[in-house]
Write a protein that binds this ligand. Structure first.
Ligand SMILES: Cc1cc2nc3c(=O)[nH]c(=O)nc-3n(C[C@H](O)[C@H](O)[C@H](O)COP(=O)(O)OP(=O)(O)OC[C@H]3O[C@@H](n4cnc5c(N)ncnc54)[C@H](O)[C@@H]3O)c2cc1C
Length: 217
């Protein structure tokens, strides 16, 4: 994707963005290597770590654990169906092209520091394998891969997409929860449109400064 962007004229800088200044005519981004980038519009998409200029009362951070089993017999379940438990502590499972089952969940909003999160990979993997055995007794539950990650989520389940209040020219895309694939695509469209001068009613529901009382309106 980056190569495609560069092919269309994008320039790529590898560095950590450490400060943002929107007080002038242009937005100024200071980098960890002491260089600065000036731009008319800046889009923040830094995952679960939001810079201080983005304040949200609905944002929260959560860790999630997942395993991939050894390849299963061909007919473990039909047509690559995705299983998603519609429960508060959800569990999801799907098959891969190589015939493995990926099963994940066991989320925690308390254990988000990478080291503490990764220390739990072994224990959480065992729990996920046992939950797979209960869900699908004919599945082989031998684990071949195990991992964990952290992501930003929101109390109302909608992402945070739009202008950053009080910082003209800065836009943000955060809080995708478990729907990063869908919401990131939507965020790209919405913010691209905003910069081009178009708007959308969705932006009210996704506003960075909405609060809990707006959930479920
Ligand atoms: C185990 C797990 C399973 C998941 N499964 C699914 C799924 O099945 N379907 C789905 O839709 N979503 C899923 N998600 C959620 C999805 O991964 C996230 O919503 C998505 O990755 C968020 O994308 P992002 O681009 O906003 O952030 P990220 O993918 O976190 O990328 C942010 C990037 O910004 C960089 N960065 C951070 N701070 C700075 C800085 N100051 N300067 C420069 N760079 C910076 C980071 O290094 C990182 O590369 C899952 C998440 C986890 C953890």
């Amino acid at each position: 994707m980056l190569e495609a962007a560069i092919g269309r004229g994008a320039r790529l800088f590898e560095a950590e963005a450490v400060a943002f200044d929107a007080a002038g005519r242009m937005v100024n981004v200071r980098l960890g290597n002491d260089r600065e980038i000036e731009a008319r519009s800046v889009i923040l998409a830094t995952g679960y770590v939001m810079p201080d200029i983005v304040q949200s009362s609905v944002h929260a951070v959560s860790s999630s654990w997942a395993i991939a089993t050894v390849p299963q017999p061909d007919s473990v379940w039909n047509h690559g169906t995705l299983i998603w438990e519609d429960a508060k502590d959800y569990l999801y499972a799907r098959t891969t092209r190589a015939g493995r089952i990926i099963i994940g969940g066991e989320d925690s909003a308390e254990i988000v520091e990478p080291e503490a999160r990764d220390r739990l990979i072994s224990e959480k993997s065992g729990i996920l394998a046992r939950r797979l055995a209960a869900l699908w007794p004919t599945a082989k539950t031998d684990i071949e891969f195990r991992w964990a990650g952290t992501f930003g989520t929101t109390h109302d389940g909608l992402p945070l997409v739009g202008p950053v209040p009080g910082a003209e020219g800065i836009y943000a895309a955060y809080g995708y929860g478990g729907n990063g694939i869908t919401f990131s695509f939507l965020a790209a469209r919405l913010i691209g449109d905003l910069i081009a001068g178009r708007t959308s009613p969705l932006l009210r529901d996704f506003a960075i400064d909405r609060d809990d009382s707006m959930a479920g309106r």
